[in-house]
Design a protein around this ligand. Structure first.
Ligand SMILES: [Zn+2]
Length: 67
């Protein structure tokens, strides 16, 4: 049996939340650096990050990293 998802989020090393700016519309949003799903811009729907099996490939401009 897989363990149920818990709400306690324990950060792993080198995983970050990134503030990324959409190159198309300039919207800035927070993206998890190791997201396992495609992250789209909330405004225009452009792909902002795609999963690669580890760290996401960020397709926008990383404004800054959040701890
Ligand atoms: Zn956008």
């Amino acid at each position: 049996m897989p363990r149920p998802y818990t709400k306690t989020l324990i950060p792993r090393p080198r995983s970050r939340f990134l503030k990324v700016r959409c190159p198309d519309c300039g919207n800035e949003q927070i993206i998890f650096s190791h997201s396992s799903i495609v992250v789209r811009c909330l405004v225009c729907g452009r792909n902002m990050a795609i999963p690669t099996g580890g760290r996401s490939e960020i397709l926008g401009h990383i404004v800054r990293e959040l701890e």
